[in-house]
Write a protein that binds this ligand. Structure first.
Ligand code: ATP
Ligand code: MG
Length: 562
């Protein structure tokens, strides 16, 4: 069985750092974090981990969190992404109050800091092409070669940098580089580019700028300008930390946030790179960023996942410095755990088999039975479900030649219909191909409500939908989007797209009980014995509901791996 608790980290190392900082009254006892997405795509479950961590830590320690759009790259950014990011953070249950910032808000200040670096003799305008810069950077074992422009005078650098800003030079001809150490064992410290020319329109600053600051320069100064105390990021930035600290130190900034790195979230069977997710959307492998098979927050939302479940998941997997891959079943465990509490129970038959109850009165059309809406929630109450002479049951709940331990319906066997009656199978009707098309049964009127009239036991209980009162509804049976545990790995000549699961969506027509006809968009249900479903937030309409399968009732993944 699954044991998600094995990943549980009670007290993560970042909490320990913050606790120590608070003890010595570092930062005046303040905790101020930020979530800094680049608005170049929709947020995914990996971002959810970062959101829960940043907002969660601040909450726990009485601090605050900023939302900051890291929009230094004018190429791929879009207002659509800015809007969706805010929607998703809020949906997860977090709030930045009035602290929504954009790195681009700081472009003027950053420019001034760059001028200061030049004046201190710590930055220079370099005329090497990006290729030359790369070629001269050296390797892990060899130092880099200093740029021929490294020793220009401060005046010349100030003049050239201003002319870069004024648009006198073309893209790729000039950069501003920090003058640090071309022989540093850390390649990030080998005179990193601080500004580059990009004659491009920016979604917020328009055509004001044709030079844009690089991430490393922007990030530490944005953190500093916002008074961030703990700047939490993923492990790939560990080697950038010396540069983060260098800029703040040489510029003698009034405060110096602490960068702390943690291992990013990886989950098997999912891809989590925005570039790949964008490709799935742009090339129509999925219906959009919010396709219920996408590991995006909006995809999970449409699939029927809940914010509480995702927050629990983030807590459960913990925070470490060691890279690992979390099993998808842990996420599904958290979804089920939450849906079990909140989902309304209903009956739906996914793969119907007709059952006629021969001794049920032909003229009985108002036989209303009581059905409980949610055994986990007393307040959910009950509903009436009408029974009828002809019903549908799940094809899987009948076997003509059952093995010994099969407790559902079989010729001559008796079974309980949930909330209704005991029925016994008398006759099996087949079509010309030998396929079972109908069962003729009898019922025991004295077992009304599903209660044994005389103490006799039936072992199986199955669900059903009335053929007279039930309705047909579209159900989208989602399965994992990729067939392989690590979809990013593909054989020579293939890509992650070759690992797509061709059967990740099967649309079927199910028989559902009438109460499901009024399903509200996004409403969550447990189809008893089948799984968790939700009404699609876009396509489901009153009287023509559409249901998405959120997750099965049990861990089907554990079974698969055996
Ligand atoms: P991707 O690699 O998917 O494009 P990214 O890191 O470029 O993601 P950003 O928008 O820069 O995306 O990320 C915003 C924040 O979310 C960053 O602090 C980043 O470290 C964090 N983050 C991104 N992916 C993950 C992940 N898989 N697990 C934890 N945190 C993540
Ligand atoms: Mg990034």
């Amino acid at each position: 069985m699954e044991n998600p608790n094995e990943n549980l980290v009670a007290n993560n190392f970042i909490k320990t750092i913050i606790t120590e900082d608070l003890k010595v009254n570092k930062n005046g006892g303040k905790v101020h974090t930020r979530f800094p997405p680049e608005p170049n795509g929709y947020l995914h479950i990996g971002h959810a981990k970062s959101i829960c961590l940043n907002f969660g830590l601040a909450k726990e320690f009485g601090g605050i969190t900023n939302l900051r759009f890291d929009d230094t790259n004018p190429v791929k950014e879009d207002v659509e992404y800015v809007d969706s990011i805010q929607e998703d953070v809020k949906w997860l249950g977090f709030d930045w109050d009035d602290r929504k910032y954009y790195a681009s808000d700081y472009f003027d200040k950053l420019y001034e800091y760059a001028v200061q670096l030049i004046k201190m003799g710590l930055a220079y305008v370099c005329e090497q092409t990006p290729e030359e810069i790369r070629a001269n950077r050296g390797t892990l074992t060899e130092p880099g070669k200093p740029s021929p422009w490294r020793d220009r005078s401060v005046e010349e650098n100030l003049d050239l940098f201003e002319r870069m800003k004024n648009g006198e030079f073309e893209d790729g001809t000039h950069t501003l580089r920090a003058k640090i150490d071309m022989a540093s064992p850390n390649i990030n410290m080998r005179d990193p580019v601080t500004y580059r020319i990009k004659k491009m329109n920016h979604h917020r600053t328009g055509d004001k700028w044709c030079i844009y600051p690089m991430y490393d320069f922007t990030h530490c100064l944005s953190d500093m300008l916002e008074g961030i105390t703990h700047s939490i990021c993923t492990l790939e930035f560990e080697d950038h930390r010396p540069l983060y600290d260098w800029y703040l130190k040489v510029l003698k900034t009034p405060c110096h946030p602490q960068q702390i790195e943690f291992a990013r979230l990886n989950i098997n069977y999912l891809v989590m790179s925005k570039r790949k997710l964008r490709q799935l959307v742009m090339e129509n492998y999925v219906s959009g960023w919010d396709d219920p098979r996408m590991p995006t927050i909006c995809g999970f939302r449409r699939r029927g996942y809940t914010p509480a479940a995702i927050r629990n998941f983030a807590e459960r997997i913990g925070v470490t410095k060691a890279e690992s891959i979390v099993d998808y079943s842990v996420l599904e465990f958290c979804i089920r755990e939450d849906l079990n509490k909140v989902a309304t129970r209903r009956m739906a038959v996914i793969n119907p088999l007709k059952v006629t109850i021969e001794n049920y009165p032909d003229d009985l059309h108002d036989d209303e039975l009581d059905a409980i809406n949610n055994p986990e929630d007393q307040n959910a109450g009950s509903r009436k479900v009408k029974f009828s002479k002809v019903i549908y049951i799940e094809r899987d709940d009948f076997m003509e030649n059952p093995p010994k331990k099969f407790f559902r319906l079989a010729p001559g066997k008796e079974v309980r219909l949930r909330y209704a009656y005991f029925i016994t199978c008398k006759e099996v009707i087949k079509d010309a191909n030998g396929e079972v098309v109908e069962l003729i049964c009898t019922y025991d009127p004295a077992s009304r409500g599903g209660n044994s009239p005389d103490g006799r036991r039936v072992q199986g209980t199955i669900h059903w939908v009335s053929a007279e009162f039930g309705r047909k509804a579209e159900v989208r049976m989602y399965d994992n989007l990729f067939l392989t545990e690590n979809p990013d790995v593909a054989p020579e000549g293939k890509t992650f797209l070759d690992n797509l699961n061709p059967d990740s969506l099967k649309t079927i027509e199910a028989w559902v009980e009438p109460a499901l006809m009024d399903a509200k968009p996004s409403e969550k249900f447990q189809f008893e014995r089948v799984g968790y479903f939700c009404a699609d937030s876009i396509d489901s309409k009153p009287d023509t509901p559409v249901f998405n399968r959120t997750v099965g009732l049990r861990d089907s993944w554990a079974k698969m791996k055996k």
